[in-house]
Write a protein that binds this ligand. Structure first.
Ligand code: GLN
Length: 307
């Protein structure tokens, strides 16, 4: 058991949290303690520096003790706060959304790297948008772009809608409930310059071996990639291709697991996509694959009529 933070100053409360967390799991106790304190009290780093001697009021102490107890029981800080940061943007979370990973910023970077004119009115589609963090990041860098986010979960979409609006992109985004590309059926001739996705890609049998914080606190539906981890890629590649969702010079960029590049590349080739490269994450792991359409696709005179 840890003591209460009642009556402590902000600075002492930070120390109290850090000590308690270090005893339980020295991993990132200092960072966790800081994020927890700042998040629960609604403070910024500056408030700790300038007003570190200010005592917590009773309500703050109760809230901090409750949050600390949850962290000590193994819940990630982002879940306790219901909020995290992605691409420098504040993102709120629901139980139905993944905690945004720093690795997923590589997906945003890869998608942006494929854009030749960032001020163009690009059309973006985010499949399995979750909290909407990827779409928010893209729209923050593409001032005239608009984006559509699809997700199976209505609760996730409500959070995505909130996050886009809270970051100032509400007027450039729209959301629809749908299973992968299905919601786009019947929207004839709607194509996208960027199609992005961080789909569930964990092999089902591997899920029980994942780190406890992921296994217990991230939504299973956002992790489970089926028996071989590739179910979502099959759906996405097929849906984007048969639905003609990619503009002829557009790019489809997907996050992948570290050992999935070869499999996803061969699925993409079989679905008729052209390889546009692999991007690794900061740890050197394969992380993002980009695909385009074959040259000539979309040229009316080259289009083969269906019989
Ligand atoms: N990278 C995530 C993890 O390892 C997996 C997220 C996903 O399946 N898209 O927890």
């Amino acid at each position: 058991m840890t003591g209460s933070s009642r009556g402590l100053t902000r600075r002492a409360a930070l120390r109290h949290c850090r000590t308690a967390l270090e005893t339980a799991d020295p991993g990132d106790a200092a960072g966790d303690a800081r994020f927890l304190l700042l998040g629960v009290l609604g403070l910024e780093n500056r408030d700790l520096l300038v007003e570190g001697d200010r005592p917590l009021d009773d309500g703050e102490a109760v809230a901090l003790d409750a949050a600390l107890a949850r962290r000590l029981a193994g819940e990630p800080v982002a879940r306790i706060l219901g909020a995290w940061e992605f691409w420098g943007l504040p993102i709120r979370l629901a139980p139905e959304t993944l905690v945004p990973r720093p690795d997923t910023e590589i997906l945003v970077e890869a998608a942006l790297a494929s854009v030749s004119d960032r001020s163009a009115p690009l059309r973006c589609l985010d499949l399995g948008t979750g909290s909407g963090c990827i779409l928010a990041a893209l729209l923050s860098e593409l001032p005239r772009a608009y984006g559509i986010g699809l997700d199976r979960s209505a609760a996730a979409l409500a959070m995505a809608r909130h996050n886009l609006a809270a970051n100032g992109f509400g007027g450039r985004s729209a959301f629809a409930v749908g299973d992968w590309c299905d919601a786009m059926r019947g929207t004839a001739d709607q194509t996208f310059d960027l199609v992005v996705s961080n789909p569930p890609y964990i092999v089902r049998d591997v899920i029980p071996t994942l780190h406890r914080e992921v296994r217990m606190h991230d939504p299973l539906a956002a992790l489970d990639g089926g028996a071989d981890g590739l179910d979502a890629y099959r759906r996405i590649l097929d849906g984007v291709r048969t639905g003609n969702l990619l503009a002829h010079a557009g790019v489809l960029a997907v996050e992948i697991g570290y050992d999935q590049a070869a499999s996803v590349r061969s699925l993409a080739a079989a679905a008729g996509f052209v390889d546009r490269g692999l991007t690794r994450d900061l740890a050197g792991h394969d992380r993002v694959l980009s695909f385009g359409l074959p040259k000539g696709h979309g040229d009316p005179h080259l289009r083969i009529d269906r019989h």
